[in-house]
Design a binder for this molecule. Structure first.
Ligand code: GTP
Ligand code: MG
Length: 199
């Protein structure tokens, strides 16, 4: 199914983003984890967000209007090995300032590669989100690249890791932009939050 999804604009600073009360959902995660691809997959609009096999493709805050009901924010990734120190600092400022200050931001989805065990950089982002009181959910991406048993092992590792610090686990989704797995669950979750906000 193809949604009515339109690119709004790109911004290098949250202060320049369109002012709106529309609920906004942000995709964050390491470079190359599949943030932009998942945006194309869940909306059913090919090439809505630009993707690349090379990490570091998304460089700005990109906003997309979805069904005139909610906004998706595609953000640049972190943990890009070749990134210079100055670009890392710039990333931190742009993304973290956006996440802390965007008043209509409703939920953050932290995307992690399902093929890896919990990584330090992802756990650091989780701590940062938690300490700033920003609600988030976890998305394990690219599950088409792994067997179900291997996916389950990595899910269990995430659960064990999160159980160390969380009484109630964040919501977790398992997705593939190739097969569309997890798409309906994710869209239903967003729709439920939107409904709560409207009521
Ligand atoms: P940055 O913009 O650099 O932060 O990366 P990103 O997280 O937006 O990643 P992007 O969506 O550009 O995807 C990176 C690469 O992973 C591309 O080659 C995609 O085709 C591939 N990819 C993304 N999602 C999936 C998936 O679910 N399955 C498979 N097999 N490949 C995927
Ligand atoms: Mg991207």
């Amino acid at each position: 199914m193809k949604m009515n999804a339109k690119f709004i604009s790109s911004y290098d600073d949250y202060k320049k983003c369109i002012e709106t009360k529309t609920p906004e959902y942000a995709f964050i995660g390491r470079s190359n984890v599949g943030k932009s691809s998942l945006i194309n997959s869940i909306t059913g609009v090919k090439n809505l967000a630009m993707t690349s096999s090379k990490p570091g493709k998304t460089q700005l805050i990109n906003l997309f209007n979805i069904e005139d009901t909610w906004i998706l924010a595609d953000l640049p990734g972190y943990g890009f090995a070749k990134a210079s120190q100055s670009s890392r600092i710039k990333w931190g400022r742009m993304v973290h300032d956006y996440l802390k200050n965007r008043s209509n931001l409703t939920n953050v989805f932290l995307l992690v590669d399902s093929r890896h065990e919990p990584m330090k950089s992802d756990l650091e982002q989780i701590s940062w989100l938690a300490s700033n009181g920003i609600p988030f959910s976890l998305i394990l991406t690219k599950v088409d690249k792994m067997s179900t048993s291997q996916t389950n092992i990595n899910v269990a590792k995430w659960v064990a890791e999160l159980n160390k610090n969380w009484e109630e686990l964040p919501k977790m989704f398992i997705t593939s932009s190739e097969s569309g797995k997890g798409k309906e669950e994710l869209l239903t979750y967003i729709a439920e939050i939107n409904k709560q906000i409207l009521n």
